[in-house]
Design a protein around this ligand. Structure first.
Ligand code: XLS
Ligand code: NI
Ligand code: NI
Length: 437
């Protein structure tokens, strides 16, 4: 069989002293962190769209990326060949998972029927390759944003036909995800949002989105698909205002529409920062609501205001992320999916390896640092000590719901003035984290 990355052999762990750019310095799949192997902790995943369909186009220029195996066509033979490329890449990278949109893996046909047939044909090969290599599907999703029919949105389109088309497409994507043993199914809002309220019935649109998710869940149940549903927040792009703005907005939507326990969140770093949040904030919002399902690992650029989807290399960022993820003992059925693309100037196939190897190592280092911080317990102790006034007395009565406003008044009238305010020690704690870096 043809080899598509002939200059690369399997990427191995060589340890922190290695200077081999195509070796892991920190990601050691069998090394145990807080009771689980790095392999199980991260569940690294390669995304099909950026990695095997990215061309390097931007609004100002055409394709730059050299992909010698790809004839550029959206044909079945090309799609079949890409499957070989993808599995060779993932195997050499030691990535245990991958993800796709339906239209990344197979060409859209001239009718829904033909598109479904194409999808089946490619899925058959994906299934064979999964069996051959042991690589698994982390999640599937449907592309409900590229085709012009979705110009007004998909589930939130003003056109009921578009809703129906999207429903049919998601039905099929869930079925294929199920058939391939996918462990999750993702809903990212694509064009579910608006550009101008003057032409938009927001109430109707968001109600339709909720209906759509219930219909998806009903269908998943009816076929026996038990994978986790994940909602992926993003505040803007392509629309000015996306309905799945951030973790808190999505959780409100989930709770208000009876989707609690059905839908968790897939949190993406660059989307967090676009929403004006840190990734750590978004992860923590999801975690405390028992909704942190999976992550799309990438990073934005501090100086750019859009979704640049760069590979994560910032160890401070991955440390913060792993502090939250370790708190919930990993990502369950979720994983760490590199929803990231190489820059259009990084046009050689080998750059795909550099990008992923660096991202995996950045997470491994972040996890080691976070685990060391957690092991010493200084941070946790500081935080629990900071709230100790709620452990007894009036604080405990407030937390347990036993104290009324009148009780608080009685307490304060007797006491006269508060006691117990202490320094928040932010600078001390920031220095403390640096001591572990
Ligand atoms: C786009 C999103 C998308 C989802 C999957 O910004 O990140 O790639 O992850 O539809
Ligand atoms: Ni994403
Ligand atoms: Ni993104």
């Amino acid at each position: 069989m043809a080899e598509y990355f002939p200059s690369v052999s399997k990427i191995e762990y060589e340890g922190p002293k290695s200077r081999n750019p195509l070796a892991f310095k920190h990601y050691n799949p069998d090394e145990v962190i807080e009771g689980q192997t790095m392999r199980d902790l991260f569940r690294f995943s390669v995304c099909y769209w950026h990695t095997f369909r990215g061309t390097g186009t931007d609004p100002f220029g055409s394709a730059t990326l050299q992909r010698p195996w790809d004839d550029g066509s959206d044909s079945i033979p090309n799609a079949l060949k890409r499957v070989d490329v993808a599995f060779e890449f993932m195997q050499k990278l030691q990535a245990p998972f991958y993800c796709w949109h339906d239209r990344d893996i197979s060409p859209e046909g001239s009718s829904l029927k033909e598109s479904n047939k194409n999808l089946d044909e490619i899925a058959k090969k994906l299934k064979d390759k999964q069996g051959e290599t042991g690589i698994k599907l982390l999640w599937g999703t449907a592309n409900l944003f590229s085709n012009p029919r979705f110009m007004h949105g998909a589930a939130t389109s003003c056109n009921a036909d578009v809703f129906a088309f999207a429903a049919a497409q998601v039905k099929k994507a869930i079925e294929v995800t199920y058939d391939l043993g996918g462990e999750n199914y993702v809903f990212w809002g694509g064009r579910e949002g608006y550009h101008n309220l003057l032409n938009t019935d927001m109430k109707r649109e968001t109600d339709h989105l909720a209906r759509f998710m219930h219909m998806a869940h009903d269908h998943a149940k009816s076929i026996g698909f038990k994978g986790q549903f994940l909602f992926e927040p993003k505040p803007k792009e392509p629309t000015k205002h996306q309905y799945d703005f951030d973790a808190a907005t999505c959780l409100n939507f989930i709770g208000r529409n009876g989707l609690d326990g059905i839908v968790k969140l897939n949190i993406e770093t660059n989307h967090a920062t676009l929403a004006g949040h840190s990734m750590m904030h978004e992860l923590e919002v999801a975690r405390i609501h028992n909704a942190l399902g999976s992550i799309d690992a990438n990073t934005g650029d501090a100086l750019l205001g859009w979704d640049t989807d760069q590979f994560p290399t910032d160890i401070y960022l991955t440390t913060q992320m792993m502090l939250v993820i370790l708190k919930q003992n990993g990502l369950g059925s979720g994983g760490t999916n590199f929803d990231a693309k190489v820059r259009r100037e990084s046009f050689e196939p080998i750059d795909l390896f550099h990008a992923h190897v660096g991202g995996m190592d950045a997470f491994a280092r972040g996890a080691k640092i976070a685990a060391a911080i957690r092991k010493d317990g200084v941070l946790d102790q500081f935080v629990s000590n900071r709230y100790r006034s709620f452990d007894s007395g009036i604080g405990a009565q407030i937390e347990s719901g036993k104290a009324s406003f009148a009780d608080c008044e009685r307490y304060m009238l007797e006491k006269g003035e508060i006691t117990g305010n202490e320094s928040g020690r932010q600078e001390y704690l920031e220095n403390l984290i640096n001591d572990y870096m």
